[in-house]
Design a protein around this ligand. Structure first.
Ligand code: FAD
Length: 317
């Protein structure tokens, strides 16, 4: 079986769930080879959990400065690995950084790039949702090593323990003039909530929430369900909630088990980021709101009356 390179998302100590999803997707095409980019010792810490989720080899692309620059070390590492042994494909999570890594890699390799895959078959045909969610298309790369970004939540992680081979990649020194250096890190204000793209449950608020204070009901429901909080662009633009939580075409793409939309109308640009969620619940006081056409369960009512009842009901179980 050919290797399929998977770029590992991690925080130095822990592999993000999106990587386990990539490993499950990669197995459809070949043997998943996980590429860990980070400070020395990172790959050794992450190897066991990657092996449990089906990685058959782990590339350690480590250097003291690898964690100090945005995207460039990851692009360098993937390029080295591809040139060393051309894989069947390279899979990267469709996160903000992942999209940039994939685009730069495809340009360097002169390869075709497919973005935001929600499905993938063994012949390399990728299903994508395009034009802000208006169409579903099936595409295949016909030039070079396929570089594919995969929408977080689109694949189920699968445990697949086995032997894992270790390989090392020697990263070139990063050219500071051509790379963005990380100068500070600030913790996201999400507290103990799961990451938006990793969460099994996302509760999002829209303009209907009416004010930053109103997001308390959204947060309370999310916390009762152990979920993440999202927001529509209208809510973000109005200053109700920070931009990093925006869901949609110009925000994050999510595909949780359960997506609850509170006071969100269902504009196509919002749907683009959440319509592949497994179950969608919408609360809206307008029975004509387009989100109710997409929702598996719709409640026509005031979110400030409905959401607290839901929270109470969940907390009582
Ligand atoms: P509205 O459309 O104003 O809807 C508010 C809803 O709340 C209404 O349906 C109303 O009935 C309901 N409501 C009001 N009060 C209550 C209440 N008390 N209880 C229950 N329901 C109530 N949008 C995104 O979300 N994400 C994106 O990434 C994004 N990218 C975009 C990119 C481009 C290029 C463009 C042009 C637009 C983009 N948009 C995006 C904006 C998008 O078109 C919509 O304007 C936005 O999604 C609307 O947000 P909303 O549903 O919260 O607000």
């Amino acid at each position: 079986m050919p290797d399929v390179l998977v770029l590992v998302d991690h925080d130095g100590e822990r592999v993000h769930k999106s990587t386990y999803e990539l490993l499950a997707a990669a197995r459809r095409l070949g043997d998943p080879a996980a590429v860990v980019v980070g400070a020395p010792g990172t790959a050794a810490r992450l190897k066991e959990s990657l092996a449990r989720q089906g990685a058959t080899s782990v590339y350690a692309a480590e250097s003291a400065e690898a964690g100090e620059f945005l995207v460039t070390p990851a692009v360098d590492a993937l390029e080295l690995a591809v040139r060393e042994a051309p894989p069947a494909a390279v899979l990267v999570s469709a996160t903000t950084d992942g999209r940039e890594v994939a685009a730069r890699l495809a340009a360097r390799l002169d390869s075709g790039l497919l973005i935001d895959a929600v499905d993938l078959d063994s012949s390399g045909v990728v299903t994508q949702i395009v034009f802000g969610g208006s169409y579903t298309v099936r595409s295949q790369v016909t030039h070079g090593v396929p570089v594919i970004t995969v929408r977080p939540g689109a694949f189920e992680p699968e445990e697949h323990p086995g032997e894992v081979a270790e390989r090392a990649l020697t990263l070139p020194a990063t050219d500071p003039a051509a790379s963005a250096r990380i100068t500070a890190r600030r913790a996201a204000p999400a507290g103990d909530r799961p990451g938006l793209t990793e969460a099994a449950v996302v509760v999002s608020g829209g303009r209907g929430v009416g004010a930053a204070d109103g997001f308390k009901v959204v947060e309370e429901l999310a916390d009762a369900l152990g979920g993440a909080v999202g927001a529509s662009r209208a809510a973000v633009d109005a200053g109700y909630y920070p931009h990093q939580f925006q869901v949609g075409q110009t925000g994050k793409s999510v595909s949780p088990q359960l997506y609850i939309a509170l006071g969100i109308s269902g504009a196509i640009q919002h749907l683009a980021g959440m319509q592949t969620s497994k179950t969608i619940v919408a609360v809206n006081k307008d029975p004509e709101a387009p989100i109710l056409d997409l929702a598996d369960y719709g409640v026509v009512g005031d979110l400030f009356a409905v959401a607290p009842q839901l929270t109470q009901e969940v907390a009582a179980r």
